[in-house]
Design a protein around this ligand. Structure first.
Ligand code: ATP
Ligand code: MG
Length: 332
């Protein structure tokens, strides 16, 4: 079975619909006929300042949400990144293979350091795409299911894999991004040309998976649209309405063109009201399952421990090859 790998940062109390439709739903689907490794990226989370207590809580909340949406520990290794030290170890080797200018071209650094200015950003934020390359390459996956914002990092990952293979010996598989076009970039409800983001969106701009259902409904009803009245899919001219149609279509399985026909002659209020209902139906049971899972933290940490052991057995073997090829003397 082809291998897949992906990760998500525990940088908020809840995942949002961008995470779910852009990536996590594919994680669940790919479990059926792939061999998956899914991790909670706490090493990445600390590239921006985190409160230690909150980070710990959010990591467990992330695990509970992944299980609640259908990640099955019997099919997938689900683990916490910091519990598998090989990520940081391979990360160092790959940093030494990356050009400074090459790292500088990563646009997420520009976006994420914009607030405080480049000088205030951590070096970890600058090098995090290289750690991400290590996260991926350790498991030699065929596919990496992610949203559009990760495409550039996947290209860097492939470049580094190729460079290592060329300089030393063929060690890494070149992974393919697995990006579903329709949902690859879910927009912020208040600023629909920007992506919905855990750390950058305002609360009104993100539909959180763990929001009170009535809060989600309210956010959808106050989503930014445009001054026309026509319900039409046109991301350039009508980003707000198109974003709502995308979410609607993804959750119901109705084609966007079918929705356009269905809403011909109707107003934005009708579309928003119906979408709010669809979202409420979806999040209500999800929220209940997550809260139930969070009640049994011993169970959660046991699943994560087992996942880390599965992941480590693969990661250790890859790192051993890498160290040997780079020229490090083995301890025994
Ligand atoms: P942060 O703002 O802290 O970076 P995030 O919302 O971008 O958080 P990540 O943990 O960085 O979430 O990403 C998890 C996965 O969700 C990645 O595969 C990413 O590509 C995907 N993703 C994030 N936001 C969106 C979005 N708006 N639309 C589609 N996919 C998304
Ligand atoms: Mg992100």
């Amino acid at each position: 079975r082809p291998r897949v790998l992906s990760g998500i940062q525990p940088t908020a109390d809840s995942f949002h619909f961008g995470n779910y439709l852009g990536a996590l739903r594919q994680w669940v689907d790919l479990q059926r006929d792939h061999q998956p490794f899914f991790f909670i990226a706490d090493l990445h989370a600390i590239t921006l300042e985190q409160d230690p207590k909150v980070l710990r809580e959010r990591t467990l909340r992330a695990a509970a949400q992944l299980l609640a949406m259908g990640i099955d520990p019997a099919r997938s290794a689900i683990f916490v990144q910091s519990q598998v030290p090989e990520h940081a170890q391979l990360g160092w080797v790959l940093q030494c293979l990356t050009g400074f200018g090459e790292a500088r071209r990563m646009t997420q650094f520009k976006d994420k350091s914009a607030k405080g200015g480049e000088g205030a950003a951590s070096v970890g934020l600058f090098t995090y795409p290289i750690l991400q390359a290590a996260d991926i390459l350790l498991y030699r996956p065929h596919y990496v299911p992610v949203g559009e914002d990760q495409r550039q990092h996947l290209e860097l990952t492939r470049d580094l894999a190729q460079r290592f293979n060329h300089r030393y010996k063929k060690t890494f598989r070149l992974p393919e991004p697995y990006i579903l076009k329709a949902t690859a970039k879910i927009g912020d409800l208040q600023n629909p040309t920007a992506k919905m983001s855990k750390s950058a969106s305002s609360p009104a701009g993100i539909i959180e998976m763990l929001d009170e259902p009535k809060t989600s409904a309210k956010k959808i009803r106050s989503a930014v649209t445009d001054s026309e009245a026509e319900i039409r899919f046109d991301p350039e001219a009508k980003p707000g309405v198109s974003n709502l149609l995308t979410i609607y279509s993804a959750l119901t399985g109705e084609a966007v063109t079918t929705l356009e026909e269905q809403y011909a002659g109707k107003g934005y209020g009708d579309l928003k009201g119906d979408l709010a209902d669809v979202v409420v139906q979806f999040v209500t049971p999800f929220r209940e399952r997550t809260l139930e899972l969070l009640d049994d933290q011993a169970h959660l940490t046991a699943i994560l421990k087992q996942g880390a052991e599965q992941a480590r057995s693969v990661a250790e073997a890859t790192l051993r090859d890498v160290y040997q090829r780079v020229g490090f003397v083995a301890a025994s």
